[in-house]
Design a protein around this ligand. Structure first.
Ligand SMILES: Cc1cc2nc3c(=O)[nH]c(=O)nc-3n(C[C@H](O)[C@H](O)[C@H](O)COP(=O)(O)OP(=O)(O)OC[C@H]3O[C@@H](n4cnc5c(N)ncnc54)[C@H](O)[C@@H]3O)c2cc1C
Length: 453
């Protein structure tokens, strides 16, 4: 006689990288019934996870925890590609290598520490160093302009590359569907309104969606990315920060060089400048981003910063000071871009943790409520495996990862940027405000003829 064990119902709010990866990991265990709610159909256009590409790198300076997490993820990325190949789909992970250039003949402390960590962990085989300007140009002629302007030493980490992050989301979503995960999406029915805590208790019994419906669950996981602090009291542990990205569409030789199969992801002295960029994709779009303190968009009711995106503000671009930073940096790194229009720009929103570490733990104010957020701008590369670690948190299993990401109480004054942001000061302007440089630029100002410098 077989007995049926009652399943535990888990509601996950948020169908981005953290939410989908968790849904998949939970669905592998028969004891869970998993439901995912999102305010929009997946892939959600303004989710941080939905993008043309994201860096997949193991270079984390002396922070070996994330380096090891990445080495756990690499085989799973290759597995994704195999699964897709079997279905006749294009790969999601492109192992182009990540080229980390430093300037003036010496590595910055970040690159030095990354090289040391990677070698000590036994992955030195993946490193190819370029210790002279000539060696960089002969292997990567597309960076001649950068080399001529002092970016003259670097290394390629051949394990890394980039993912088509929108497609990676779709792939994980499809894996969830095949595992029986249920999805409810769309404003109203899929949008989280509040926690369901009967009799004003702090015991979470489910969620109430914006259409007023109650959905019962044994546990609720909030994986709401940059929206998190606007959804539940995160006690200032995380802040939604907008981060600027731009696209170019080069032509001719530049397109050929940046679209070639061996064009790597590049980091332009990342820990000093914050700038990084990608090969041109199949449609010829070449994305460049900056990893810095970012911008805020405080909502009126309580001044908590929340994402302002092109879903609700269709014509939004990037702030003027961001445009100036891009044009200035790129003029000295990829000078060819000075003659190119920026064909697209947007702010993409981080859930920026006060100390740059993920925040994955039970919420201290409630029972049965877990938060998985605080991606701090570097979570996408872990979509294949972050969910397994989130599952550990849900199940109360202590590991080096769960200890690092545990809820901590820090004061705003303790905010520090991770070592990869340009500038050390945590100064964040309010977008679309009267503050200097914060107005969002007009489309015309993105043209090469309007450099705004
Ligand atoms: C400019 C930029 C560049 C980045 N570059 C990299 C990179 O190169 N490499 C890398 O590894 N990572 C990168 N990241 C970080 C990466 O994108 C994030 O770490 C990751 O996408 C976070 O996933 P998430 O699931 O937490 O959030 P999201 O992907 O934002 O998902 C959150 C989901 O929650 C949903 N949601 C929010 N509120 C509600 C509600 N009330 N009800 C229902 N659903 C709701 C949203 O609709 C959304 O789908 C970058 C991020 C940005 C912004």
């Amino acid at each position: 006689m077989s007995t049926t064990i009652p399943k535990q119902k888990i509601i996950i709010v948020g169908g981005g990288c953290f939410g989908l990866s968790s849904a998949y990991a939970l669905s592998l265990k028969p004891e869970y019934e998993v439901w995912v709610y999102d305010r929009l159909p997946i892939p959600v256009p303004d989710a941080a996870s939905t993008d043309v590409n994201k860096i997949v790198r193991a270079d984390y300076g002396d922070d070996t925890l994330y380096m090891h997490l990445m080495f756990e993820a690499f085989p799973l990325w290759h597995q994704f590609n195999k699964e897709r190949e079997a279905l006749g789909q294009s790969p999601v992970f492109h192992q182009s290598g990540v080229l980390l250039l430093s300037s003036n003949g010496s590595y910055s402390p970040f690159e030095q520490a990354s090289l040391k960590s990677i070698r000590e962990a036994g992955h030195g085989y993946a490193i190819e160093e370029f210790l002279t300007p000539e060696s960089i140009v002969s292997r990567f002629p597309q960076f001649k302009g950068a080399v001529d302007r002092g970016y003259d030493i670097g290394y390629l980490n051949k394990e890394g590359g980039w993912c088509n992050s929108r497609e990676a989301v779709v792939h994980m979503y499809n894996k969830c569907i095949s595992q029986g995960v249920r999805f409810v999406t769309g404003s109203g029915q899929g949008e989280f309104g509040s926690l369901f805590c009967p009799e004003s208790s702090r015991i979470v019994r489910g969620i109430v969606t914006k259409d007023g419906q109650v959905h019962l669950a044994d546990r609720v996981l909030l994986a709401t990315g940059a929206w998190s602090a606007g959804v539940v009291d995160m006690k200032k542990l995380v802040t939604a920060t907008g981060q600027a990205v731009v696209h170019f569409e080069p032509k001719g030789t530049m397109l050929n060089q940046f679209q070639s199969a061996d064009c790597p992801v590049w980091c332009g002295d990342l820990s000093r400048t914050g700038f990084y960029g990608f090969p041109a994709n199949a449609e010829g779009k070449m994305k460049v981003g900056i990893h810095n303190a970012g911008y805020l968009w405080p909502r009126e009711s309580d001044q908590v910063s929340v994402p302002r995106t092109q879903v609700t503000h269709t014509d939004d671009t990037i702030p003027l000071n961001g445009l100036r930073q891009f044009r200035q940096f790129l003029g000295g790194f990829l000078p060819e871009t000075s003659a190119l229009d920026i064909t697209y720009s947007r702010l993409c929103w981080y859930s920026d943790a006060i100390d740059g570490q993920f925040v994955i733990d039970y919420h201290p104010d409630y029972e049965n409520l877990i938060v998985a957020t605080g991606d701090s701008g570097h979570g996408m590369k872990f979509i294949p495996n972050i969910g397994m670690h989130i599952r550990d948190v849900i199940e109360g299993r202590a590991t080096d990862y769960t200890r690092r990401w545990a809820w901590r109480q820090l004061e705003t004054s303790e905010t520090k940027l991770d070592g990869l942001r340009s500038g050390n000061e945590v100064k964040r302007g309010i977008i679309a405000s009267e503050q200097e440089g914060m107005r969002l630029v007009e489309l015309d100002e993105l043209k090469a003829s309007r450099p705004q410098l």
